[in-house]
Design a protein around this ligand. Structure first.
Ligand code: ADP
Ligand code: MG
Length: 227
């Protein structure tokens, strides 16, 4: 079953001489439970693609289907709700709220959605990520790797259909990157999650089930399974 599909997706910026085809006619198809890495050089369009498949930005033309839903058919408010329920985001700079402790950061998406906190489930995630002793700590007392583990927990807590990660190890040293990636991979397999991860690091990309190569806004390899 396809959890994510893009159809002739385009995102153009500017016009005339300044026209930038950031994403140019992209077709990708990702199955439930797949771990897919998107790799490409800086400026190749990776973040633009991720923002569209996550419903953070709209396309110039072309469609994105998540769980079969044409997400751009939704008005902004409905799209925001859809996004909160269906997608977990992990960013390079963690994006934790500095005034909230680790536990509060992790359960924040549930509160925004008016959902009950399933303490057993959250504690299971917290202990799997080795954060038990950090629950009451503020983000600025944690290392980069620990902060990214909190962000992973926050992405998993609402049991989203899909997790989108933009350079999740881009701010970490190579040893910490390996640790965080190993944990992230273990977690998504444990909870049967789909993960789409952007990276420019070939070694990190090779941890994925499949690699999509992107160049100048175009998929050059790996867009669909068995490509
Ligand atoms: P990557 O994440 O692979 O480094 P991006 O998706 O950020 O690449 O950018 C792809 C291209 O689109 C680049 O040429 C970039 O300069 C351009 N771009 C991205 N966002 C904007 C924007 N808001 N306005 C104009 N150009 C943009
Ligand atoms: Mg980027």
């Amino acid at each position: 079953m396809s959890i994510l599909k893009t159809v002739n997706l385009k995102k153009y910026y500017g016009e005339g001489e300044n026209l930038v085809k950031a994403i140019d006619n992209t077709n990708i198809d990702i199955k439930e439970g797949e771990f897919v890495a998107i790799i490409g050089k800086s400026g190749s369009g990776k973040s633009t693609l991720l923002h569209m498949i996550g419903g953070l930005d709209r396309s110039t033309s072309g469609k994105v289907f998540i769980d079969g839903k044409d997400i751009f058919s939704l008005k902004d408010e409905k799209l925001a709700i859809f996004r909160r329920r269906k997608i977990g985001f992990i960013f390079q700079y963690y994006n934790l709220i500095p005034s909230l402790n680790v536990w509060e950061n992790i359960v924040l998406p549930l509160g925004l959605d008016g959902k009950q906190v399933d303490k057993n489930f959250v504690n299971d995630i917290v202990s799997s990520l080795g954060l038990e002793s950090k629950k009451e700590h503020l983000p600025n007392t944690l290392s980069g790797g620990q902060q990214q583990r909190v962000a992973i927990a926050r992405a998993l807590v609402s049991r989203p259909s899909m997790i989108l990660a933009d350079e999740p190890t881009g701010n970490l040293d190579s040893k910490t990157s390996d640790e965080v990636m190993t944990l992230l991979k273990t977690m998504i397999k444990k909870y049967n999650q789909t993960l789409v991860m952007i990276t420019h690091d070939e070694a990190i990309a090779q941890m994925a089930d499949r690699v999509i190569y992107i160049e100048d806004g175009k998929v050059i390899r790996g867009g669909v399974t068995n490509d």
